[in-house]
Structure formats: structure tokens, C-alpha cells
Design a protein around this ligand. Sequence first.
Ligand SMILES: [Zn+2]
Length: 136
Amino acid sequence: MEELKLCEGCGVATQLKHFRRKRSKEIQKTCNNCRNNKNNNIQSIDKELRNKFEIEINVNTNDKSIKNFTFEEQVERYTKSWEFWKNQLPCELLNDVKDDEESMRWLLIKSTMSDLLMKIDRLDDNLRKEIRKNIM
Ligand SMILES: [Zn+2]
């Protein structure tokens, strides 16, 4: 008989083989189904936020071409991006987050904001100081 394990995600007793990734012996806490759903959720939240960003900030996030911006344009772009992501954060703190989707959203936004901050910190001094002044 197949060994069963209780999935911490869906709470269903599931065959042990569904707790392993392909070519891995490591046993996960949640079944493959739960993990796939979670990945799909993260991707759809990510897509939703990026679409919103492109509409509100009027940029194409897939456009990697090099453009020349003036100092003021750069300051404005980064400040607007920061404001956008800040506004997407749920009002409650993480402790009060009710469900999985909300905490995924929170983490996704937080990590985008910290990436953005790292990008800003790599800009040249004057630019960085000017943007920092706006967003702090
Ligand atoms: Zn499950």
C-alpha cells in the first residue's frame, strides 16, 4: 500500500510521491498540487501588478532598450515608481494578513520595492540623493 502524508496546504492525506519534486528525494511540506497553485497565484498577482504599473506609470516593463533621460526625468521616474509600489501595499501590517494570497502580494511588493531601492542606490550620487529625498 502507498504511504500517505497529510499535506499542510490542503489538509488532505496524499500519496507520499506527490510531496517530491522531480528528480529529488527531498520531501516537501505541501503536495505538488498546492505548490503549483501557489506558483500560479504568484504569477498572476505579479502580472496584475505589472499591468497596473504600466498603465499608471506609462512604461513597458519588458522594454529593455536604452533611453536617455534628463536628470529631472530620472528623478520623476524613480519617484513615481516608488510611490506606485508603496501604494499597492495592503494597509494592514503583515501580522494582520488574513490569507495566503494577501501575504504573497505583500512579499511580492516588498521584494520589488527593495530591488528598486538597490537600483536607486547604484545611481550616481546627485541622482540618488535627489530621489532619496523624495521617497523617504
Ligand atoms: Zn496539498
